[in-house]
Design a protein around this ligand. Structure first.
Ligand SMILES: Cc1cc2nc3c(=O)[nH]c(=O)nc-3n(C[C@H](O)[C@H](O)[C@H](O)COP(=O)(O)OP(=O)(O)OC[C@H]3O[C@@H](n4cnc5c(N)ncnc54)[C@H](O)[C@@H]3O)c2cc1C
Length: 311
């Protein structure tokens, strides 16, 4: 797009600056963004739209995208849960409301798996950002995925895939800082251990807070794939952990609806929501299992299961 003067467009649309970027892997980063204006108040677990112009370059390799002339000066926006760094520089717990920036935990989608869908538009551009670069952050932070109805002695079970850990980190920090004494369980799944972008902070929090458990399940490590590996456990599915009672054993809590709140975030296949009249999934997700066990999607309170699908 060399024939195109992008500076006036950037000045017109962008209202925030990248202040830090931590690459967990080549396809996963934690990024801190400071909006020009004072941050509005928001609840841990909520999300905000961020965006870049279609005029920005894409990282390679990523799926080829033809941007039509009339779209070149337009913006692409996507929703992102607000994460939390969990620890400050002195390794003490920090909550989102103590920060003057927003932290995001974002996976690079290089190409769309569905040949019918358009190429991913935002993440190949976001991954080109460096410290000091500008972008757009929507003024409104929103979402119903939050800690409403959680009492201090309740058990909170959060289950995520990949970057679905982001809102759970924000909620974890809030619960631990406000003296929540029920169990707080943050279970996440990732392909590899190297994809666990908050492992160091999570381990430190477990040492500081006995009621906190961070559990990580991998799916592509040698112990998941190679039966000859001495540590072989095969593929572990969250669904099996729940239905076989192993999760309750692991966290030493009955996880019954009368005292537990459940949060599910990330890949729709893990969540397993089927809209009324929708086609049943070949591999049922976690939601129907929880519903069979007596959890509902009704009022916030014990026995409530909430979910946030990322696509
Ligand atoms: C409420 C909400 C909060 C979200 N929060 C986050 C977040 O904190 N971090 C984050 O990485 N994403 C998050 N997402 C997904 C995000 O909005 C984008 O869809 C994603 O970053 C891909 O953007 P894209 O424009 O590159 O591709 P899109 O055109 O939006 O998506 C292309 C395809 O990529 C796949 N995909 C989308 N998101 C992911 C993902 N996270 N991991 C792997 N594959 C994916 C899906 O197959 C999707 O159809 C959230 C989505 C919603 C609805």
């Amino acid at each position: 797009m060399s024939d195109f003067n992008v500076e006036p467009l950037r000045q017109k649309h962008y209202n925030a600056t990248v202040i830090a970027r931590h690459d967990v892997t080549q396809e996963l980063f934690r990024i801190r963004v400071r909006p020009d204006r004072v941050l509005p108040k928001f609840l841990p677990g909520q999300y905000v739209a961020i965006g870049l112009g279609y005029w920005e370059p894409r990282v390679e390799p990523s799926q080829h995208e033809e941007v039509p002339e009339d779209k070149r000066s337009k913006m692409v926006l996507r929703a992102y849960s607000i994460s939390c760094p969990l620890l400050d520089d002195s390794q003490q717990l920090v909550t989102c409301d103590q920060l003057d920036y927003l932290e995001f935990y974002i996976a690079l989608v290089r190409g769309s798996e569905d040949p019918e869908s358009p190429p991913p538009a935002l993440t190949p551009r976001l991954f080109g950002l460096s410290v000091g670069d500008r972008l757009f952050v929507a003024p409104k932070i929103t979402g119903k995925y939050n800690l409403e109805g959680v009492e201090p002695s309740d058990t909170v079970l959060m289950i995520s895939t990949g970057t679905g850990e982001a809102p759970h980190n924000a909620m974890t920090a809030e619960l631990l800082s406000r003296g929540h004494h029920g169990k707080v369980i943050n279970l996440t799944t990732a392909r590899h251990r190297r994809d666990l972008g908050y492992a160091r902070e999570q381990n430190s929090l477990m040492n500081q807070f006995p009621q906190y458990r961070y559990l990580a399940i991998t799916t592509r490590e040698p112990e998941n794939l190679d039966p000859k590996n001495p540590a072989y456990v095969g593929k572990v599915y969250v669904q099996d952990l729940i239905s076989q009672g192993k999760l309750a054993q692991l966290v030493d809590d009955p996880l019954t609806p009368d005292r537990t709140h459940v949060y599910l975030c990330g890949n729709p296949a893990m969540i397993g929501f089927v809209p009324p009249g929708g086609k049943p999934l070949s591999q049922p997700g976690v939601l129907p299992l929880l519903q069979q066990a007596g959890f509902t999607r009704e009022e916030p309170g014990c026995g409530h299961v909430r979910f946030e699908k990322y696509w």
